[in-house]
Design a protein around this ligand. Structure first.
Ligand code: COA
Length: 326
């Protein structure tokens, strides 16, 4: 069995917040933000994670031409669901009317879509399910302290999705589909990017705690990314026996233009092979990869047989890379 992407979709909120807007809220400037990150603006939701996830999912289902009643699995990669329970995937299921699907969320922050995609692939290849919807959706705007200039400039909201189907081809013979992947985690470095938003709260505790905002050691995260991202891509290419030159696009998590440029340089690849949309959307966490994938797909830039690398990293720490043959 092989797991193939048969449709993509995305949604970003209408409300645009520019760097100049932020400069009215914190001590910063458009020039500083653009130089250090490449970000010019971001989108901010007024409806939340579930609404964005549903819109992206509908888009992807339409693109795939798959009726909702044929969906067997829904995984939403998110760390900012609207509810602690039910999970976002169940809410997406209800909105789509995908009654047969089994639904769960997967929390791996900015690696959420990548981890969810690989999880769906394994389920599909095992024969447990035939079809899957994988969504990456996040509302980082509710985790950010909007008076902290070191974090609030980086993030935006959005959602992206992909529909997968298993095909009967033997794994050894697959020529299209989600291929080799590697994933990694290092919980010992969790503190460098964290959000303790759900604090203990009960009448049995003396002190009432309030919700916290995201905290980040930007330089440590930057160093982690420029080291781990190229290494994980090299590892997955080696595993698959594919060279970097054979890759049409490297679809990287959209965190910072300088991180992406550094990976391109280290891989000795033309930066044109590293598409970006972070200038308009900022870092949309679990949504960044599927939103970019959908943009490329809808522009007609993907042809059957094209090899793509999808690579993500984020809080946890977590990271991973996957080879996809379109
Ligand atoms: N506007 C203006 N000045 C700012 C600023 C802002 N928004 N944020 C920080 N500064 C200041 C700092 O206070 C510091 O001033 P000082 O030298 O007087 O102390 C100076 O700019 C440099 O700060 P520094 O943190 O060293 O900047 P940097 O070049 O490392 O860039 C990040 C900061 C956050 C852009 C960068 O570290 C980064 O992108 N890290 C990765 C973060 C990330 O991707 N997180 C999500 C991962 S999924």
């Amino acid at each position: 069995m092989a797991a193939r992407i048969i449709g993509t979709g995305s949604y970003v909120p209408d409300r645009i917040i520019t760097n100049d807007d932020l400069a009215e809220m914190v001590e910063t400037s458009d020039a500083w933000i653009v130089e250090r990150t490449g970000i010019h603006s971001r989108r901010i939701t007024e409806t939340g994670t579930t609404d964005m996830a549903v819109r992206a999912a509908r888009n992807a289902m339409e693109n795939a031409g798959l009726p909702p009643e044929e969906l067997e699995l829904i995984i939403v990669g998110t760390s900012t669901g609207d509810c602690l329970f039910p999970n976002t995937a169940c809410e997406v299921q209800a909105a789509l009317g995908a009654e047969k699907a089994v639904c769960f969320d997967l929390s791996a922050a900015c690696s959420g879509f990548l981890f969810s995609l690989n999880t769906a692939k394994v389920y599909l290849e095992s024969g447990a399910y035939r079809t899957a919807l994988v969504v990456g959706a996040d509302t980082l705007s509710k985790t950010v302290d909007w008076s902290d200039r070191s974090t609030c400039i980086l993030f935006g909201d959005g959602a992206g999705a992909a529909v997968l189907e298993s095909s009967a081809a033997e794994q050894s013979l697959w020529n299209r589909g989600v291929g080799d992947f590697i994933m990694g985690s290092d919980g010992s470095r969790g503190e460098c990017l964290a959000c303790r938003s759900t604090e203990l709260c009960s009448p049995f505790l003396g002190e009432k705690k309030t919700s916290g905002f995201m905290t980040m050691n930007g330089q440590e995260v930057f160093r982690f990314a420029v080291k781990t991202v190229p290494r994980s891509i090299e590892e997955v290419l080696k595993k698959a026996g594919v060279t970097p030159d054979e890759i049409k696009y490297f679809i990287l998590h959209q965190a910072n233009e300088r991180i992406i440029a550094s990976v391109a340089k280290r891989m000795k690849q033309d930066s044109a092979k590293f598409p970006m949309n972070l200038a308009q959307y900022g870092n949309t966490s679990g949504a960044s990869i599927p939103v970019l994938l959908d943009e490329i797909n809808r522009k007609g830039l993907l042809k059957q047989g094209d090899k793509l690398i999808i690579s993500g990293f984020g809080a946890g720490l977590t990271w991973g890379a996957t080879l996809v043959v379109w």
